[in-house]
Every structure is written in C-alpha cells, then in structure tokens.
Ligand binder design. Structure first.
Ligand SMILES: [Zn+2]
Length: 88
C-alpha cells in the first residue's frame, strides 16, 4: 500500500498534472482584465490594453509539463477569432 502510494507520487511528479484538479472550460476561457501590456492579442497581434476586459485562454497552472503563459484575445477580436478557428 505504501509502495503504491510512492508510485503514485512519483507518477505525479513526472507528469505534473495527474493529481491536480483540471480547470473547467469556463475557468480556462473567460473574460478578464489584463494587468500588464506585455501580451499581444493572438488574433490581431496588437498589444493588450491594461485594465480593458478581454478574453483569456488559461494554461493549466502548476503543471511541470505546461508553459505558464496565458493567451489573450481583445474583446473586439473574439468573434473574428472564433470565426477564424471555426474555419481551420
Ligand atoms: Zn485583437
């Protein structure tokens, strides 16, 4: 039993996310105000505006496998971005 627990722990360390609760879609993709202007909108490529509500696409936090950066899309660009994704 202790051995199984050890294996699970090792597996968790290797995979990073295995024991962490996964965020729901509503938690990963939502409206949020950027705190900096160091990101660009992935649709138009222009800088995000600090404090101006936009769409954030969050990466899974705390995972050793994931890059921690989040993606942003301007509120005015979200429909065009969705149409673009639909057409891929
Ligand atoms: Zn944009």
């Amino acid at each position: 039993m202790a051995q199984s627990s050890q294996e699970e722990q090792t597996h968790s360390i290797l995979t990073g996310w295995i024991n962490e609760p996964l965020m729901t879609l509503q938690e990963r993709v939502k409206m949020k105000k950027p705190m900096t202007e160091s990101q660009i909108c992935i649709y138009c490529g222009k800088t995000m505006v600090k404090g101006q509500e936009a769409v954030i696409l969050k990466n899974h936090p705390g995972s050793s496998l994931s890059i921690q950066k989040n993606l942003w899309v301007h509120k005015k660009c979200k429909t065009k971005f969705a149409t673009f994704v639909k057409g891929l």
